[in-house]
Design a protein around this ligand. Structure first.
Ligand SMILES: [Fe+2]
Length: 153
C-alpha cells in the first residue's frame, strides 16, 4: 500500500535527520584549530536545520497516521575537519535519496505531499552542493573572459 511505503520512507528520513542533529552537534564540539572559528557555527547551523527538518517530518508522519521513529540512523564522528565534512556529505546524500524515494512512493494524485517533498529535495540538494564545494568534490571553474572595465568618458 502506497501510504505504508510513504510512511516507511518518511520514518527513514526522520532517523537520518535525528542522526544529523547529533552528528553536526558532535562535529561542532570536536572541531579544533583555527578552523573552529568558522566551523563551530557552521556545524551548529547544520544541527538546527536538521532539527527543523526532523520536527516537520515527525508532524507529517503523525498527520498521515504513522508513529515517528525515536531511533537515529548511524552517527559518525572524527577529529579531522575534512573527514567530518565527508561524513556530513554522505549523510545528506542518504537523506536526499530517502526523500526522493518518499516522493516516488506518493500516490500519483497526492500533490500536497509531493510539493512538500519537492521543496525539501530542493533544499537538501543546495546543502549537498555546498558540502561538495567544501570537500572539493565540486570545483569552481574560473572564466576565461578578460574583464574589461568600461572607460569613463
Ligand atoms: Fe535535512
Amino acid at each position: 500500500m502506497a501510504r505504508t511505503e510513504l510512511l516507511e520512507n518518511l520514518n527513514r528520513a526522520l532517523s537520518l535527520e535525528l542522526a544529523a542533529v547529533i552528528q553536526y552537534m558532535q562535529h561542532s564540539y570536536l572541531v579544533t584549530g583555527p578552523e573552529r572559528e568558522v566551523f563551530k557555527g557552521f556545524f551548529r547551523n547544520g544541527a538546527k536545520e536538521a532539527q527543523k527538518h526532523a520536527e516537520e517530518l515527525g508532524d507529517k508522519i503523525v498527520a498521515l497516521g504513522g508513529t515517528p521513529t525515536v531511533e537515529p540512523a548511524e552517527i559518525r564522528q572524527s577529529s579531522d575537519l575534512k573527514e567530518m565534512l565527508r561524513q556530513d556529505l554522505e549523510l545528506e546524500r542518504e537523506a536526499l535519496k530517502t526523500y526522493m524515494a518518499a516522493w516516488a512512493s506518493c500516490d500519483e494524485n497526492d500533490l500536497p505531499q509531493k510539493f512538500w517533498l519537492e521543496g525539501r529535495i530542493a533544499e537538501e540538494q543546495i546543502h549537498i552542493e555546498e558540502l561538495e564545494k567544501l570537500t572539493s568534490e565540486r570545483v569552481g571553474v574560473p572564466g576565461r573572459e578578460r574583464i574589461i572595465l568600461k572607460q569613463m568618458d
